[in-house]
Structure formats: structure tokens, C-alpha cells
Design a protein around this ligand. Structure first.
Ligand code: SF4
Length: 91
């Protein structure tokens, strides 16, 4: 005997995926957020909580377009968990 009612699992999956995709679509332009080359290595897209890594350029959950990890904008938010850094690079 199935523990699922007819179609329940598929309907739940489809309903939960569509709104999440819409919520994650970037809404702001680079001009609106003053997107520019970063001046500091600890304040740049590559270490921002909204950066989505891909190679060589990434994307952002807030700002539209390709995002360079060595740029930054005024909406920068640090990742809650820092990236691991090799001991040789810690000053
Ligand atoms: S600094 Fe701005 S453009 Fe870069 S990832 Fe964060 S929010 Fe996106």
C-alpha cells in the first residue's frame, strides 16, 4: 500500500520548485548597485553571500548579468561561513 495519495509527491515537487526559481532571479542592475572593481580581497563578489560560483565568471542572486569574483557592489554581504584559506596565505 502506498503512503502517498495519487499525485501528491509530484504536485508538491512542482509547486515548491517554481516559486523558488522566481525568488532567486536577480532584480538589480550593475549601475544601481555601483558594481565596480574591488579594492579589498575580503570585500569582493567572490566572498559575498550572494555570489554563485561558476567558471571563469559567476552570477549573483541579486545583481543581473555575469559577475566577476574580483568586483564588488554596495550590496555586499560577507558569507556567514568564511572560505577556508590555506595557512600559507594567512598573514
Ligand atoms: S558584491 Fe554585489 S554583485 Fe557581488 S555577489 Fe555580492 S551582491 Fe552580487
Amino acid at each position: 500500500m502506498s503512503r502517498w495519495r495519487d499525485g501528491e509527491g509530484m504536485a508538491t515537487h512542482e509547486q515548491s520548485d517554481l516559486p523558488r526559481e522566481r525568488k532567486m532571479a536577480p532584480t538589480m542592475t550593475k549601475a544601481e548597485t555601483n558594481y565596480r572593481p574591488a579594492s579589498f580581497t575580503n570585500r569582493r563578489c567572490g566572498v559575498c553571500s550572494m555570489y554563485k560560483r561558476s567558471s571563469p565568471l559567476g552570477s549573483c542572486t541579486l545583481v543581473k548579468g555575469l559577475i566577476d569574483p574580483d568586483y564588488v557592489c554596495k550590496k555586499f554581504e560577507p558569507r556567514s561561513k568564511p572560505l577556508s584559506v590555506p595557512e600559507s596565505q594567512i598573514a
